[in-house]
Design a protein around this ligand. Structure first.
Ligand code: ADP
Ligand code: TPW
Ligand code: MG
Length: 581
């Protein structure tokens, strides 16, 4: 009987089950389900095709993609949205490598996910004998993720899955690799023993309570501030401590600056939001409380021109002790999970916290109002072709009217300008390129956002950015997801106006086919395609898509000359001395 099960045909497996046997396939599925994981994102093939089939048969949601990177991105953002590890399932070597970019990106962004890849047998891999899709995947994954495990025996599947879950979600969340050699899936064991071997992970991400001295130290520093600032990062959004964070901000009266994916934790229209006075608050603040935000390049490493010369103290709330002093000195580290830390800060603050000096509050308010007023007319321009601000003005209204929609955003100008223009009103509604500024998250994030939340998704993507995951519009159509993709089509990367400096026939390196019709890609798969040339048309099309819930792609024609090099981070481009001469 065991030999028959090796072939792993569903009917044979079903027959085996009736004889009180189980196998590797079913133990993996049972282990995931036991731990409340009910969705798998992946691409089928040897040796995991039947794993996907059986998972679907067992009532799991199995979402098949066209490329593993997008399945991996979907799993990563599912992890961010739910605090449960998202699962990505791939075949060996090439499929594994395609998923690996997403696993590394998840780890970099502190999103919990598990990449499960089928692999070749150890005997052949270790002697490098040239198996079908042979690769030492465990060794390759290790430096790119938080933890990597391999399971060789069916009776260890329960422990293997439990370890993977704990590693992904406890402490600083991140990506985990789980290597499952082909032979494991067809290993048979007694069903009772199999069931007993499974592990239900208790308290997978235990609360980490900050030390009372650390909390006191932090409040002492905060009390001394004349120009305090709170910076909320995507760790704060991930923590799902929304009420406590809101109370802390409001009770303290301190202006707050949301990092990109923390927008909406408190509405961007909140009177204390300093989003529109970013340069000023970074430069002039004297005490900065960081909550779930690293002082990496996105915050200019906490030093230099952006931060000005005034002396400044940092308080940092983070679950990862080694994050402290990573770029500059942290005067008051508060190590623990954000929910526990913010509650402890609130408890120690009491109800008589003194608001920051009025002149600081007024300076921030004045600057914010000035900048908002300056921007307003640009958002109302109803021209064809559109510029970024005109098109974004329309989308900003859509999000204001539909605050529970999820916004996915990638590109250069399309990203940087949308981040500034589109106000967010609810937590975890803005998903974007994150810490690496990676292109290609668009469709994977959109698909998982729709699947995990059931809410409508608006993906605002540059034409280049879209190209990295564009084929997944077929996936959007196949699963009939309420995803509306708006491609900001400026015929190129940053701009569509560059020319080949030699005057030769090849196009410039940054431009694409002029007048491309991305909307027709969606129509090819039965979705709705719209060609929009004005902000009014764009708004109408997005509203229709959101009302109908039908997969839609809007080709938004943007003036090819409107963008700037690298969006808002052109300063990071190395400069050629020779070219300057
Ligand atoms: P952003 O890009 O928004 O500035 P980062 O990704 O740089 O945010 O920082 C997120 C930080 O949040 C990481 O340092 C991570 O360790 C931390 N973090 C994630 N989840 C939690 C949590 N539940 N409690 C405390 N810190 C967390
Ligand atoms: C995986 C480099 C950064 S932004 C960008 C690229 C290729 C595309 C910008 O053009 P787009 O936006 O999307 O049309 P817009 O509005 O400015 O015209 N490969 C990866 N990640 C990154 N970040 C790049 C390349 C890049
Ligand atoms: Mg573009």
């Amino acid at each position: 009987m065991a030999n028959a099960a090796v072939k792993a045909k569903p009917e044979v497996a079903a027959a085996e089950a009736q004889q009180d046997l189980t196998d590797g396939f079913h133990l993996v599925i049972d282990a995931l389900k036991l731990n409340g994981i009910n969705t798998i994102y992946g691409v089928p093939g040897i040796p995991i095709t039947d794993l996907g089939r059986f998972a679907q048969a067992q009532g799991m949601r199995v979402i098949s993609f066209r490329h593993e990177q997008h399945a991996g991105n979907a799993a990563a953002i599912a992890g961010f949205l739910t605090k449960k590890p998202g699962i990505c399932l791939t075949v060996s070597a090439p499929g594994f490598l395609n998923g690996l970019t997403a696993l590394a990106n998840a780890t970099t962004n502190c999103f919990p996910m598990i990449l499960i890849s089928g692999s070749s047998e150890r005997e052949i891999v270790d002697l490098q004998q040239g198996d079908y899709e042979e690769m030492d995947q465990l060794a390759i994954a290790k430096p790119l993720c938080k933890a990597a495990f391999r399971v060789l025996h069916a009776q260890d599947i329960g422990i293997g899955v439990a370890r993977a879950i704990r590693a992904a979600v406890s402490g600083r969340p991140g990506g985990v690799y789980l290597d499952l050699p082909a032979k494991l899936f067809s290993q048979v064991m007694d069903a009772n023993a199999g069931a007993k071997s499974l592990v239900k992970v208790i308290d997978a991400a235990p609360a980490q309570i900050p030390a009372p001295e650390a909390v006191k130290r932090a409040l002492d520093v905060l009390k001394s501030a004349k120009r305090p600032l709170i910076i909320l990062g995507k760790g704060a959004a991930y923590a799902q401590a929304d009420d406590a964070i809101r109370t802390l901000v409001e009770r303290s009266g301190i202006p707050f600056l949301p990092m990109s994916m923390a927008k909406g934790l408190l509405p961007d229209t909140h009177p204390q939001c300093a989003g529109a006075a970013r340069s000023l608050v970074l430069k002039d603040s004297d005490v900065v409380l960081l909550i779930g935000a690293r002082l990496n390049w996105l915050l200019s490493h906490g030093k230099g021109k952006t931060w000005g010369d005034a002396p400044r103290k940092f308080i940092q709330v983070d679950i990862e002790p080694r994050e402290m002093d990573s770029n500059v000195e942290i005067a008051a580290p508060v190590v623990g999970d954000i929910g526990s830390c913010v509650s402890a800060l609130l408890a120690a603050m009491g109800n008589n916290w003194r608001a920051p000096p009025a002149d600081w509050i007024n300076t921030v308010k004045t600057k914010r109002e000035e900048n908002i007023a300056k921007m307003a007319p640009r958002l109302m321009k109803n021209t064809a072709p559109m510029d970024f601000h005109g098109a974004l003005g329309a989308l900003r209204t859509v999000v204001r009217e539909r605050p529970d929609a999820i916004l996915v955003n990638e590109g250069a100008n399309t990203l940087d300008l949308a981040r500034g223009v589109i106000d967010m009103y609810q937590p975890r509604k803005r998903l974007d390129v994150g810490t690496w500024g990676i292109m290609g998250i668009g469709m994977g994030f959109s698909i998982a956002a729709a699947i995990e939340t059931g809410k409508p998704v608006l993906a605002v993507v540059g034409d280049s950015a879209f190209g990295f995951s564009g084929m997944e519009v077929e996936t959007v159509c196949r699963y009939n997801l309420p995803v509306c993709v708006v491609v900001f089509n400026n015929s190129g990367i940053y701009r569509g106006t560059d020319v080949n400096p030699t005057g030769g026939a090849d196009p410039a390196t940054t431009v694409f086919v002029r007048d491309a019709r991305y909307d027709r890609m969606m129509e090819a798969f039965g979705g709705v395609g719209v060609h929009a040339t004005t902000p009014d048309e764009l708004k109408r099309a997005v509203d229709a898509a959101m009302d109908s819930g039908k997969p839609t792609l809007i080709n938004a024609v943007i003036d090819p000359a409107a963008g700037s090099e690298s969006g808002r981070i052109g300063n990071l481009n190395p400069q050629s001395v020779i070219r300057k001469k």
